[in-house]
Design a protein around this ligand. Structure first.
Ligand code: GLU
Length: 483
């Protein structure tokens, strides 16, 4: 049996780190087993759907490199992959449950049930955790005649599950072992709403069966739905999948990441230029560790090592500092050309041609934790004209600077190959000629070229500025003595 897993986001906002972690783990496990990774959009709760959210979620998954084999945009053998388009499948499953007596129609009005109409109450109802409002079973045993009568007066009905007569339900979770839920906190919960739309629990189970999902891997927050879903799998005659509820990830504020929809959006990290593989790598380590203790792993290594065996069940903490560090580690491992392409969007304004962009990135790469960091360091090579003017004015106060800068200009002008190591040597040779070494050499040269007294390796800086511009900056500095 091949592994089939799904990521099932509700289109209620952008992808955040909590969700992305679920997607990443499912994806890694699918790729590890050569199985199938499916994206299914859970949009039966139309009131909570946010326009554009599906496209944004898919774009962020793509950016992370988590490609899917079946999904709403590409289809597949078990489609459609948007729950709102699967009404007929959900309806047919409900008909089957009605026919077998595992479900029944209920005509009770919300008023009759004393149901509160506030948003909080309906949110609770959706999750089925409103124990105080347990359905008393009014319509459970209505005769066929009474049902026809109610139907003929045009009253709308919902469909409820007939709970089995057992004391408890036990679910096996791959990370937690057997978890037993008492039945007395459940009632005959609604499967089909009055408008014919499936509820969350029904849609999830029907679709997991129809899509032949073998492993349901999701956040620990969903453990509290699992007994309802296990009952439904049984009622629908399907074997339950392997359930694995990944440990909750808490932010510094103690809130689960999954509850903090506004912060930690993937889009935000993408705009700042985090390395996408570093995000997948970091997220994979929340609750899981590689057997050899290595933490910085590329996708291939992650795929090879990921398994459910080494996932814990205790809550884990999100550490933004470590995520940033991880991004820096992955950037450090990139080839120069790949890195230049990755930082391009942040270099756009500087208008650097290819060769100088590459030399600039080579000089600054050790300072980058995100691609976006390049913007912060760019002035170390390409300062503002005004800053150079000020630095050149200051240099005139240094009596040794003139002869030094002249020697450096002559030395560099004579270089036939504009290459970092050679340029560094040429500057040192020029310094020796005029008796300047160490800071007395480098300080004025850096000031003249970049308006700073420290920065990346000087040879690399020269290579990145480019021959013509280096000579022009030195001449501009020397022109201070001409006035
Ligand atoms: N749609 C649910 C969510 O966004 C996921 C349900 C599931 O994985 O079973 O949290």
């Amino acid at each position: 049996m091949s592994v089939r897993v799904r990521f099932a986001p509700s289109p209620t906002g952008r992808l955040h780190l909590g969700n992305a972690r679920i997607a990443a783990f499912n994806w890694l496990l699918a790729r590890h087993h050569g199985g199938c990774f499916i994206v299914r959009i859970e949009d039966t709760d139309l009131e909570r759907a946010v326009a554009g959210s599906e496209a944004a979620i898919l774009a962020d998954l793509r950016w992370l490199g988590l490609d899917w084999d079946e999904g709403p945009d590409i289809g597949g053998p078990c489609g459609p992959y948007r729950q709102s388009e699967r009404g007929a499948v959900h309806g047919a499953a409900v008909e089957g449950l009605l026919a077998s007596g595992r479900a029944y129609r209920c005509w009770c009005t919300p008023e009759a049930l004393g149901t509160l109409s506030s948003g909080v109450a309906s949110a609770r109802r959706r999750r089925g955790s409103n124990a105080a409002q347990r359905y008393p079973g009014t319509c459970r045993e209505l005769s066929a005649d009474r049902q026809r009568e109610l139907e003929s007066c045009g009253r709308t009905s919902v469909v409820r599950l007939r709970l089995p007569e057992v004391d408890s339900v036990t679910v096996v979770d791959a990370l937690r072992g057997s978890v037993t839920f008492p039945m007395n906190d459940l009632d005959d919960f609604v499967l089909l709403r009055a408008d014919g739309r499936a509820t969350y629990n029904l849609a999830v189970v029907v679709d997991d069966m129809a899509m032949e999902i073998t492993h349901v891997i999701r956040g620990a927050g969903h453990l509290s739905n699992t007994h309802k879903q296990a009952i439904l799998f049984d009622a629908l005659g399907g074997p339950p999948p392997v359930f694995a509820h990944l440990p909750t990830v808490l932010g510094r504020d103690g809130q689960p990441l999954s509850k903090r929809h506004r912060s930690d959006s993937l889009t935000g990290l993408r705009k700042r230029g985090y390395h996408p593989v570093a995000i997948v790598n970091y997220l994979s380590l929340l609750g899981w560790s590689s057997s050899d203790g290595r933490e910085v792993l590329n996708l291939e290594e992650l795929i090879e090592r990921t398994s459910l065996d080494r996932v814990g069940s205790a809550d884990t903490m999100f550490d933004p500092g470590k995520l940033l560090w991880m991004s820096g580690q992955h950037i450090a491992g990139m080839g120069l050309h790949e890195l230049v392409a990755a930082v391009r969007p942040w270099l756009a304004e500087s208008d650097l041609p290819g060769e100088r962009a590459a030399a600039t990135v080579a000089a600054l790469r050790s300072r980058l934790q995100t691609f976006g960091d390049i913007g912060e360091h760019l002035h170390l090579i390409h300062p503002r004209a005004a800053a150079l003017d000020v630095a050149h004015g200051e240099l005139r106060k240094d009596p040794l600077a003139r002869s030094l800068l002249e020697a450096v200009r002559t030395g560099l002008a004579a270089e036939s190959t504009w290459e970092a190591a050679r340029l560094g040597r040429a500057v040192r040779t020029a310094g020796t000629q005029v008796g300047a070494t160490g800071p007395r050499l480098f300080h004025p040269v850096r000031q003249a070229l970049t308006a700073t007294s420290s920065g990346p390796d000087l040879g690399q800086v020269l290579a990145a500025i480019g021959r013509e511009e280096v000579l022009a900056r030195l001449s501009a500095a020397l022109s201070e003595w001409a006035v």
